[in-house]
Write a protein that binds this ligand. Structure first.
Ligand SMILES: Cc1cc2nc3c(=O)[nH]c(=O)nc-3n(C[C@H](O)[C@H](O)[C@H](O)COP(=O)(O)OP(=O)(O)OC[C@H]3O[C@@H](n4cnc5c(N)ncnc54)[C@H](O)[C@@H]3O)c2cc1C
Ligand SMILES: C[S@@+](CC[C@H](N)C(=O)[O-])C[C@H]1O[C@@H](n2cnc3c(N)ncnc32)[C@H](O)[C@@H]1O
Length: 623
């Protein structure tokens, strides 16, 4: 089993041989010294039949070795030139030593025909933060999923089927690590019958290795002075890996399907935007009664990562979500309030251990002499302005009382008792109300929360997370102080509590000077017992129980069986105390499920978000 721990990524600086970046470690150029773009087009784009495949529609390209991204940029341009409207390119690339933005800029500078693409890539470039990063380009038409870490470890966590592979990890003689059988086995596992592969190297060990995992390999003339390169095709893939039946997604939703999204909070709006970009017509439904207690009506939201050690789905999901949200929020206009940055004063041992475990670079996470962690990318956002920029108000302004399944359609019944809408697909992005509408054991817990907006005469420059949080102050010295949490609330407005106000004010002592104009805000949070959101298809509990009864007796289940999901019913809820971070990534994940495109979530994270997980756990414990 590969070591999946996030390691600090080495920050390599290439040396420059004229305009060409060359790896100091491997003494090999990132791209060809002569006619690099010509070689990329010949070796990779033509070798893998990219244009032909893109002309048919959606395409998934995977790559070993992102390097300067030249292959990606050339593929992006070829895709734009060839693919039909509505098609999406997902490009997944693994890279252990991401270059700095300035080195990328220098490496991109000779390719003036690609400069618009290269500029857009560098704006979103994550830097050397280990883990998975999703970059949405060309208004969602191009999805770049960067797997920052060692090739085998990162690929082993994925579940996708590439149409095309580019193998580009420096010469095998200089970097044999990248061409090990174990890496090639992952390439094969993430392929399907007919997957085309292209590589600049025709080394015998690579050809043999690829043949051993099922590719039919052909040598072809190389570009310019290079004698050979290779192209290969996956003949027949072996049986799919043994994935539990409930972890296989239902068939993609046809593009013309009518989708109803129930809700108007951050989850529903992110889902609406993401599905809209994917070409679906999504209709949002939410009424004024539920808005009175919806968590997303809060005035300010802190964007601060959930910092937990470990490599389980829980810490990894929240880390990825934080950086995902920062990228999305940076792309909107004027949503950040006050100075950027967050300070986390804490006990020395905990903060040091955290910093070491996360392995984030010093410029995005530092620990000062007072044992305070600083994160310059975190900050506070104006929640109403953010929601407005994502989508307009809901198309149907009434709450949903119940759902009725009539043949192949869903009827949404309003509080008036009348049918509000019928739809092929329903997405429950309605916070705590999703529990009742799903009709499953959802694991959701509903809690009441209170925060305060206040004007303070003193405040630190940026947000602080200590005994609750304090956002950055705006130009008028107004900031948000958070937050209390009381479990087991019922659906309905949350009365303001003086006790909660005093509790919050008491946490911050006199560090804020004189506090005036205190305005409490209350709402309902909902989260699942394991602190992960619910995102994915909703199961039919009774049929699930009957079909997987063997789980209760520790039996191994056939992976061929289909999970009984309720046709067209999906959930995106349980966003907990950090919904403004989770929603962007979840919306993209949900869109991946509906379109059948690769998700940017590791397979074990995607599985850990399935609404069916609570039923599976209970059945396994025979409860
Ligand atoms: C006090 C407090 C402070 C918080 N601070 C932060 C913070 O600083 N940063 C952060 O990231 N997160 C924070 N959160 C959490 C964050 O607000 C939530 O995670 C997030 O708003 C959840 O979004 P949602 O869209 O899933 O649910 P909600 O915001 O609850 O939205 C649910 C939507 O569904 C609609 N709806 C409900 N029932 C029905 C129905 N029957 N029919 C139709 N529509 C319905 C509602 O009107 C609403 O539009 C805080 C929460 C609280 C309570
Ligand atoms: C030749 S460059 C890739 C060039 C790239 N495709 C481009 O378009 O610029 C090879 C890349 O593979 C990366 N690499 C090398 N060994 C690796 C490994 N074991 N895991 C992940 N990436 C690796 C290097 O850091 C380097 O960026």
């Amino acid at each position: 089993m590969p070591d999946n721990l996030p390691h600090r990524l080495s920050k390599v600086r290439p040396h420059w041989d004229g305009p060409t970046p060359v790896s100091v470690q491997f003494d090999d150029p990132y791209y060809s010294r002569e006619d690099p773009l010509g070689e990329v087009r010949h070796t990779f784009l033509e070798g893998a039949n990219l244009r032909e495949k893109a002309a048919r529609g959606d395409i998934t390209i995977a790559e070993t070795g992102f390097g300067t991204g030249l292959n990606f940029l050339a593929a992006w341009k070829a895709f734009e030139d060839t693919a039909p409207p509505g098609a999406v390119m997902t490009f997944i690339s693994v890279e252990v030593s991401p270059l700095s933005t300035s080195d990328l800029e220098r490496a991109h500078s000779p390719f003036t025909g690609l400069s618009a693409y290269a500029d857009a890539l560098r704006v979103l470039w994550p830097g050397a933060i280990p883990g998975v990063h999703r970059l949405s380009l060309s208004n969602g038409r191009v999805r770049l999923i960067l797997l920052f870490g060692e090739a085998e470890a990162m690929l082993s966590r994925q579940r996708f089927a590439a149409d095309i592979w580019f193998l580009d990890g420096f010469a095998p003689a200089k970097n044999p690590e990248m061409w090990r059988d174990a890496v090639l086995a992952q390439v094969a596992r993430l392929s399907q019958t007919g997957t085309r592969l292209a590589s600049f190297t025709a080394a015998g060990m690579v050809r043999k290795g690829l043949e051993a995992v099922g590719f039919k390999v052909e040598k072809r003339p190389g570009h310019g002075r290079k004698r050979h390169c290779i192209t290969a095709e996956m003949e027949t893939t072996e049986a799919p890996p043994s994935v539990a039946p409930w972890c296989r997604w239902p068939a993609p939703v046809p593009r013309g399907a009518r989708i109803a999204i129930i809700g108007d909070g951050i989850a529903a709006r992110c889902a609406g935007r993401s599905l809209g970009q994917a070409g679906f017509e999504a209709i949002r439904v939410a009424g004024p009664e539920s808005a009175l207690y919806a968590a997303s009506t809060l005035p300010r939201a802190l964007i601060a990562p959930k910092l937990v050690r470990g490599i389980e789905p829980f810490p990894l999901f929240w880390r990825q979500a934080f950086w995902d949200a920062v990228r999305e929020l940076d792309a909107l206009s004027d949503v950040w309030v006050g100075s950027r940055g967050l300070s986390i004063p804490d006990a020395k041992a905990r903060n040091k251990a955290l910093r070491d475990d996360l392995a984030w670079p010093e410029d995005v996470l530092s620990l000062d002499g007072n044992d305070t962690l600083s994160l310059p990318a975190a900050g506070s956002v104006d929640a109403p302005s953010l929601l407005d920029q994502l989508c307009g108000p809901p198309e149907v302004s009434q709450d949903v009382r119940s759902l009725e399944e009539t043949g192949s359609e869903w009827c949404l019944i309003g509080t008036s008792g009348k049918t509000l809408l019928s739809a092929d697909v329903v997405i429950l992005a309605c916070g705590p109300a999703a529990h009742g509408l799903m009709g499953i054991q959802s694991g959701l817990r509903i809690g009441a929360g209170q925060m305060l907006m206040a004007r303070a005469t003193q405040h630190p420059g940026n947000a602080v997370l200590k005994n609750g949080y304090m956002t950055a102050a705006d130009n008028n010295g107004v900031l948000a102080l958070g937050a209390t949490a009381k479990g087991h609330a019922a659906l309905g407005p949350v009365p303001v509590s003086d006790e909660a106000t005093q509790e919050i004010l008491g946490r911050h002592g006199d560090s804020l000077g004189d506090i005036s104009e205190i305005k409490p805000w209350t709402g309902l949070r909902c989260d699942a017992g394991d602190h992960l959101p619910l995102c994915g298809p909703v199961q039919d509990s009774e049929r699930f129980e009957a079909r997987f009864a063997g789980l209760r007796h520790g039996q191994r289940l056939s992976t061929e069986v289909e999970a009984p999901y309720r046709s067209g019913l999906f959930a995106m809820t349980g966003l907990g105390a950090r919904g403004f971070q989770a929603a962007f990534l979840l919306a993209d994940h949900l869109t991946s499920i509906l379109t059948g495109r690769p998700s940017s979530l590791d397979a074990d994270i995607a599985d850990a978000l399935l609404p069916a997980r609570f039923q599976v756990r209970d059945m396994k414990r025979n409860q």
